[in-house]
Design a protein around this ligand. Structure first.
Ligand SMILES: Cc1cc2nc3c(=O)[nH]c(=O)nc-3n(C[C@H](O)[C@H](O)[C@H](O)COP(=O)(O)OP(=O)(O)OC[C@H]3O[C@@H](n4cnc5c(N)ncnc54)[C@H](O)[C@@H]3O)c2cc1C
Length: 401
């Protein structure tokens, strides 16, 4: 049942006293509204709830999606999943890989490239998994921790009132919180209301993604064309189960006006790629789950907050998925944010420390991803060295021994 308007759920911050009667400081966030239930919002909700914060999460989706694409989840995201206690479930739904095979378009192997273990040596370098499987694990964990999840709701407006922020949701509910986290993704509507002027921008790339079958012996691979023939910039696949993989075809951002259905266009773009790609191309038909999208990016170099309303994840940093760090950077935001704002002290100071840790790390990923995106579009670039840039960006994320 919807709450009546002007009924506040969030508890106000109440300083406690020690035995001598002297006032102690309290953690700056004891209740929170999270807007958006993707990787960022759910991981933030879980990490806050685990630290004693009372959390409500809203998402505009009327129901959680049960189908979706595959993802490559890097070790540093797995490290966060370990910290929040879901790693066993995550590894159970994923296919672990520690290297990727690079192919020439004709199917010959170019190289076997080990993937840096960005989560440390006790975790796989990457897993491939289906997004809905990972999402379900996070939703269940949040629910088990008592996070209240309300679907079909958006944040209509907010107001800062010193040590709290008031939210107005699309059902008219008005509530007061210690913090509101905006985890709305790259198309965030709230971002400009935080005084952030940066907006999402085209990357010059488009991508087809499909979930299809694979042969048991097929491990992850990426193939490069011999020349820019107007087709795909590259094609790759990642196993997501014993029998399935997801395929991506990186290409120009506009679909040609050739009258082909989506599945036919994806096959056309793959027609010059051989070896394992012959099997994958043949496995695509009119029943394949696939879609095309233009890839956009954004990077807000901070600050990401206005008063007690803070944006995290792809609402403030999203990159072309060329080193598969998108979700990893989102969940790193979530955990570090929760660790900082549940300490005793002042939120502004905690956020300043948070930005000092997060911004340089994200900038490394953004700069590498944008450079790789430029080289994808200009394959003949004399200075192009994608292996070095990709490896360097990932090695920079590996924890110090
Ligand atoms: C083509 C492509 C391939 C990718 N591949 C990879 C990969 O292999 N590996 C990887 O790590 N990353 C990958 N990424 C990036 C990854 O998907 C994102 O980094 C991650 O999903 C972002 O999570 P998020 O929670 O910040 O945003 P989102 O996943 O966009 O979630 C935002 C949530 O907020 C909700 N919402 C939005 N607006 C509102 C509102 N106003 N009110 C309430 N709710 C709202 C939405 O319904 C949604 O549930 C890829 C991205 C793309 C585009």
């Amino acid at each position: 049942m919807p709450r009546p308007p002007n009924v506040g759920r969030g508890r106000r911050r109440v300083p406690t006293s020690d035995a001598s009667g002297k006032q102690e400081t309290t953690m700056s966030v004891r209740n929170a509204l999270i807007v958006g239930g993707g990787f960022t919002g759910l991981t933030t909700a879980i990490a806050l709830a685990q630290r004693g914060v009372e959390v409500t999460l809203v998402d505009k989706a009327p129901a959680w999606a049960r189908v979706g694409h595959g993802l490559t989840i890097q070790g540093n995201a797995l490290r966060v999943f370990k910290e929040i206690g879901v790693i066993d479930d995550v590894l159970a739904v994923g296919q672990a890989e520690n290297a990727v095979t690079l192919y020439f378009a004709d199917g010959r192997v170019m190289a076997e490239m080990p993937t840096p273990r960005t989560g440390g040596d006790d975790l796989p370098a990457t897993i491939g998994a289906l997004r809905p499987d990972l999402h379900e694990i996070l939703v269940k964990k949040a629910e088990d921790l008592g996070v209240e999840i309300r679907l079909g709701l958006e944040l209509t407006s907010f107001e800062n009132n010193g040590d709290t922020a008031t939210s107005v949701l699309s059902d008219g509910t008005t509530e007061s919180w210690d913090v509101i986290v905006v985890a709305e993704g790259i198309k965030s509507q709230t971002r400009p209301k935080l005084g952030i002027t940066e907006d999402r921008a085209p990357s010059g790339l488009g991508i087809w993604r499909a979930v299809t079958s694979r042969l048991p012996e097929m491990t992850g691979g990426i193939a490069y064309p011999f020349e820019d023939d107007g087709g795909a910039y590259k094609v790759g696949y990642t196993p997501v189960s014993d029998t399935q993989c997801y395929i991506f075809v990186l290409c120009r951002p506009q679909r040609p006006d050739n009258g082909l259905e989506g599945w036919q266009e994806a096959k056309r773009l793959m027609e010059n790629f051989h070896g394992p790609f012959d099997y994958l191309r043949d496995s695509i038909d009119e029943n394949t789950f696939l879609n095309f999208q233009e890839i956009e990016w954004i990077f807000v170099e901070g600050p990401w907050h206005h008063g007690r309303v803070v944006a995290l994840g792809e609402a403030v940093h999203a990159v072309p998925p060329l080193i598969a760090q998108g979700a990893a950077q989102c969940v790193e935001d979530a955990l570090l944010f929760a660790e900082h704002v549940t300490q005793d002290g002042d939120l502004e100071a905690q956020l300043a420390e948070f930005y000092a840790r997060r911004l340089p790390r994200i900038k490394g990923v953004v700069d590498a991803s944008l450079l790789l995106a430029k080289w994808e579009q200009n394959p003949g670039s004399p200075d192009a060295d994608p292996g070095r840039v990709m490896g360097g960006a990932l090695m920079a994320l590996v924890p110090a021994a």
